[in-house]
Ligand binder design. Structure first.
Ligand code: AMP
Length: 218
């Protein structure tokens, strides 16, 4: 099963993937996580792309596509499938993903468009907290950790992403509207678009995805 998660920053893509990837047995590939790991590791790529992330802009397509290509090549043979989170983010990346998958004898089954309203995503992003070690996601009020500032899963420190401040969030939203939203039509034209209401809680979205999978509507 190969699923692309589409939606604005804060729509809940990472939360959904975290909640369902083990159940589905798929690889969860988040380009945001891959990019943050490069930056944290101080690699040559990390140094090259840091400023794009900090300003709320997009990392160049060819850099991100190369990351995805490497991941897919390394794992395609195990036939587990994928949940792509935060990729593709431009029309060029959507075409590149089809090519990378086709080169490995694979294709996207469907894109899940997680439709969320602006007020909801702003509230989610400003209150989001992330575990420094395992990447688990929390929210100050919607999904608080049991002990403030401490990860429930591994006990490490929670932090606020540097790009989760109001100014950068506004930039990310406009980048999303201009460059990422058109991808909805890309998948619609392929007959591969499924839309769910992502203003509801994480569990409702998870149930909606399970219903789509059980209905074999893809
Ligand atoms: P995310 O964790 O998905 O919110 O991504 C955080 C940041 O990483 C984005 O604001 C972009 O700067 C960068 N990024 C993540 N995925 C992509 C992508 N597919 N294409 C370009 N930039 C990306």
């Amino acid at each position: 099963m190969i699923i692309v998660l589409l939606g604005a920053p804060g729509a809940g893509k990472g939360t959904l993937a975290g909640a369902i990837k083990d159940e589905l047995g798929v690889h969860h590939i988040s380009t945001g996580d891959l990019i943050r790991a490069e930056i944290k590791g101080g690699t040559a790529i990390g140094l090259e792309i840091k400023s794009y992330v900090e300003s709320g802009g997009l990392v160049p397509d060819e850099v991100v596509t190369r990351m995805i290509e490497g991941k897919v090549k390394a794992t395609a043979a195990d036939n587990k499938g994928y949940m792509f989170d935060g990729f593709p983010r431009t029309s060029a990346q959507a075409s590149d993903l089809d090519k990378v998958l086709a080169a490995n004898g694979l294709a996207v089954n469907f894109a899940l468009y997680m439709e969320a309203s602006v007020n909801v995503v702003l509230q989610r992003l400003t209150g989001r907290r992330v575990c420094r070690k395992c990447g688990a996601l929390f929210h100050l009020t919607n999904m608080p950790s049991k002990k403030e500032g401490v990860c429930d899963s591994c006990g490490s420190e929670l932090y606020q992403r540097t790009d989760d401040n109001t100014e950068t969030i506004m930039k990310r939203m406009s980048v999303y509207n201009e460059q990422t939203k058109p991808i909805i039509d890309f998948y619609k034209a392929q007959g591969k678009l499924k839309t769910v209401n992502a203003d509801t809680g994480a569990d409702d979205v998870r149930k909606a995805l399970i219903a789509i999978l059980n209905g074999k509507k893809y």
